[in-house]
Write a protein that binds this ligand. Structure first.
Ligand SMILES: Nc1ncnc2c1ncn2[C@@H]1O[C@H](COP(=O)(O)OP(=O)(O)OP(=O)(O)O)[C@@H](O)[C@H]1O
Ligand SMILES: [Mg+2]
Length: 286
């Protein structure tokens, strides 16, 4: 049977709207009737333009925010049940945009140990976990280094290791590559895919970069506080017009195929990679 690590039912989130004196004068709806089911072990991407509600959604999965209405379950725990907050946070770890805000240790291995230490894990097991986590993000060679001397991508991998050391079933990454150079981005995305495929950790990746979405099992597109589209990457990127309407880009080759099709060349829908493009192009010129 399919098991869902995350489920939301009619999730609504309203932020209070205040005047200059701090009086609440109304509310702003940042999530509007969001219904999502995420299968254990899957790799899910969330897209959406600025302000569409992605980070608000992410914060619900870690019990940083609670539903105004509706429900969120993480690993079977209702996030609004106070007694389960730590179960929720241990089931679903969060990684944010800026690695500098997430790293506290002065040595890499200390930083990674911090989470399990705080959870009260026994010393010997802490070091097993640190080993496991640093191997999983391929940063074991740097375990005795100082984090401030690492590149952005390496720092972000250490931050991810800190979450992995808590042994979560699911990791939510909120634009983890937004502050990285192309090399750092590649490192971090390949690390995330490795955690998903090899370690079986469910991944929810919020991103602005279309090329990071291509290998996802499922994509959710948010627009104005709602989930506007959902499907496989191929299904989502077959709908170039709608994505443009929402203010989103598509992968470059998808765009090229789309433009050629508009000019009367019978390229098929939903081309996602250069290889697919080349194959389709070869078919056409034959
Ligand atoms: N603490 C807050 N108080 C009031 N409004 C907020 C708060 N946080 C976010 N919002 C508003 O809620 C909406 C959704 O914000 P959110 O941060 O979830 O969007 P996002 O999709 O993550 O955007 P971005 O791509 O810029 O990160 C925005 O209009 C934002 O201004
Ligand atoms: Mg955000």
């Amino acid at each position: 049977m399919m098991s869902n690590i995350i489920r939301t039912k009619n999730l609504i989130h309203d932020y209070p709207k205040c005047d200059e004196d701090g009086n609440v004068i109304g509310s702003y709806r940042a999530l509007d009737d969001v219904n999502i089911e995420i299968e254990q072990g899957s790799f899910v991407a969330v897209l959406g333009h600025n302000g569409s509600g992605k980070s608000t959604f992410a914060k619900h999965l870690n019990a940083i925010l609670y539903p105004t209405e509706g429900c969120v379950w993480v690993n079977g725990y209702d996030t609004s049940a106070e007694e389960d907050v730590w179960n929720v946070r241990q089931s679903a770890g969060m990684v944010f945009q800026n690695p500098d805000n997430q790293i506290i240790g002065t040595v890499v291995e200390e930083d990674v140990a911090f989470g399990p230490e705080n959870m009260g894990v026994k010393t010997k097991e802490i070091w097993d976990r640190v080993n496991y986590a640093l191997n999983a993000v391929r940063m074991n060679a740097y375990r005795e280094h100082s984090p401030n001397k690492l590149s952005g991508g390496q720092k972000q991998r250490v931050a991810i290791a800190g979450v992995v050391a808590m042994r979560p079933k699911c990791i939510i990454l909120d634009e983890p590559t937004a502050m990285l150079d192309p090399v750092g981005r590649k490192e971090v995305i390949s690390t995330i895919k490795h955690l998903n495929k090899t370690e079986g950790i469910t991944v929810i990746l919020i991103t602005h970069y279309m090329d990071e979405v291509i290998d996802a099992d499922r994509v959710y597109v948010m627009n104005n506080a709602k989930v506007e589209m959902q499907g496989t990457p191929r299904e989502i990127f077959s709908n170039v017009e709608k994505l443009k309407e929402i203010g989103l880009d598509v992968p470059q080759v998808t765009e090229l195929a789309y433009e050629l099709r508009k000019r009367g060349i019978s390229m098929r829908d939903g081309i996602l990679t250069i290889d697919e493009f080349v194959e389709e192009y070869g078919r056409l010129v034959k």
